[in-house]
Design a protein around this ligand. Structure first.
Ligand code: K2U
Ligand code: ZN
Length: 179
């Protein structure tokens, strides 16, 4: 089933998230519905707060961009190191429809997490996956990618952000990435 994606202005996007205490069938069912919702919205990442659940869980699937990629599930993730080098990329967010802005982020990171089988991992990540992981991890930290922009840039977005918050701008899957 498809969840409704929470957009800018919704309290849940600014609410603290809690650890997932037990990885059970309820969590597995929730994650499969998250993937369905993400694919319908043509996203390559989705975090639980975006579908109104304040828990520390996000999913990624880069296969639309890199066919060697597959589904990735990050439960109770902790980014514990960030690389020195940074790069820029024009990000979008399913919770901020029509907004596309360049964000500067570290190009590599180290992350500990559990997968859907409950196995723990400790990985060093770089490249586009590191970019998407940081964007999704932000969602678990009450952060949206526009928070990383300069105050001038953010003030230029004020009108659009207010239109999203008032519901005047809805989510159009078609506007997401062009392959
Ligand atoms: O809303 C989200 O969290 C999904 C994001 C994932 C993303 C993170 C960082 C950089 C790009 C995308 C997107 O909305 S998914 C749609 C998309 C895909 C590729 C490029 C831009 C937007
Ligand atoms: Zn997002």
């Amino acid at each position: 089933m498809l969840f409704e994606i929470q957009t800018f202005g919704k309290k849940v996007l600014r609410t603290a998230t809690k650890e997932v205490p037990e990885i059970n069938d309820e969590v597995r069912k929730f994650v499969s519905n998250m993937f369905e919702t993400m694919y319908a919205a043509e996203g390559i990442g989705l975090a639980a707060p975006q579908v109104d659940r304040s828990i520390r869980l996000f999913i990624v699937d880069l296969s639309p961009i890199d066919e060697s990629e597959n589904k990735r599930v990050y439960i109770n993730p902790k980014i514990y190191a960030l690389g020195e080098q940074t790069d820029e990329y024009e990000e979008g967010c399913l919770s901020l429809p029509t907004i596309r802005e360049v964000v500067t982020r570290p190009t590599s990171l180290k992350i500990r997490y559990q997968n859907l089988e409950g196995h723990s991992f400790d990985e060093e990540v770089d490249g586009f996956l590191a970019r998407v992981i940081q964007h999704e991890y932000d969602h678990l930290e009450k952060t949206l990618f526009v928070d990383h922009l300069s105050s001038l840039k953010r003030s230029l977005l004020k009108k659009t952000l207010n239109k999203i918050a008032s519901g005047e701008i809805e989510i159009e899957a078609s506007e997401n990435f062009e392959l």
